[in-house]
Design a protein. Structure first.
Length: 295
């Protein structure tokens, strides 16, 4: 915390906001002003309107909590990690150190499935989410497809607990089951939607990632092997036997990986039916149908 201007119970909301904005800027945090506002509102349990309306009120007993939040943000811990929650597709999900922080770019993975499967919105679809993490992708899909049921698979038992808790909070437990396993290895039968945001960072590139990713996202959810494509090879090798008639599979991938994933699909007798771009205009999601899906 900035020792030149420490926070105390008598510090006003406006002074605290100035203090944190300056401190974060000095720590090379680009969103310094926004982060200061979010953390003050969270620590005081108020909304932005209250912060604007009563800038002169003291922060009171929230001072120590706000100091703790600020200390963590100076270390480049993401706001979502500090608060233990992330909004994804209009729903709030609890997150913990065992799960990948679901980011806005991943919403295009959900959007691609919703667009493609919209004519079947009211069907009793079977959904499979590989690497379920917090349950954000599976939760978004089950909300859109009201008669669907889903299975979420994750190698991390702790991540499975996080997903179960989130889906329970969303009242989706009766339509979703979560299991700790290695991709599709223990599964039988076919699915109408198979989705995954697997680890796709090359092992040697992890050390060069931004601190908010490298230090706070679980490496199990980042490390895609020597070339970043290990998970795709494992998943795609098992994919044909689990795609139902008219099924769709969708995978998120990293920058520059589209052609390599298309080649992996081709070797498994599968073909891409298109790619979707993320908020920055980069290819981010690949869509797949089996040429001869099982009944």
């Amino acid at each position: 915390m900035n020792q030149r201007d420490p926070l105390g119970p008598n510090t006003s909301r406006a002074a605290a906001q100035r203090n944190l904005t300056q401190t974060f800027a000095e720590a090379s945090i680009e969103s310094a002003a926004l982060d200061a506002r979010i953390l003050i509102c969270a620590a005081l349990e108020i909304d932005h309107a209250a912060l604007v309306r009563d800038p002169g009120l003291p922060i009171g007993d929230a001072a120590s909590r706000l100091d703790a939040f600020a200390s963590r943000r100076i270390e480049h811990e993401p706001i979502s990690r500090i608060l233990g929650r992330r909004e994804f597709f209009g729903e709030i999900y609890a997150i913990d150190p065992s799960v990948l922080d679901p980011r806005p770019d991943t919403e295009c993975l959900v959007e691609a499935i919703l667009e493609t499967m919209a004519p079947r919105k009211n069907d009793a679809l079977r959904v499979l989410d590989l690497g379920v993490g917090s349950g954000a992708i599976l939760g978004a899909l089950l909300r859109f497809f009201p008669h669907a049921s889903g299975i979420g698979i994750d190698l991390s038992p702790k991540a499975c607990l996080c997903a179960k808790a989130n889906l329970s909070m969303m009242k989706l437990s009766d339509r979703a089951s979560i299991a700790a396993a290695h991709w599709m290895a223990p599964l039988q039968g076919c699915f109408d939607i198979i989705v995954s945001n697997p680890p796709y960072i090359a092992s040697g590139d992890i050390a060069g990632l931004d601190a908010d990713v490298r230090c706070y996202d679980p490496h199990l959810a980042l490390d895609g092997g020597a070339d970043g494509l290990s998970a795709y090879r494992d998943i795609i090798s098992m994919l044909p036997q689990h795609l139902a008639r008219d099924a769709i599979a969708a995978f998120e991938f990293g920058e520059g990986q589209l052609a390599a994933i298309e080649a992996i699909l081709w070797s498994a007798g599968l073909q891409s039916i298109g790619a979707k771009r993320d908020l920055a205009g980069r290819d981010r999601v690949i869509l797949v149908r089996a040429p001869d899906p099982k009944v």
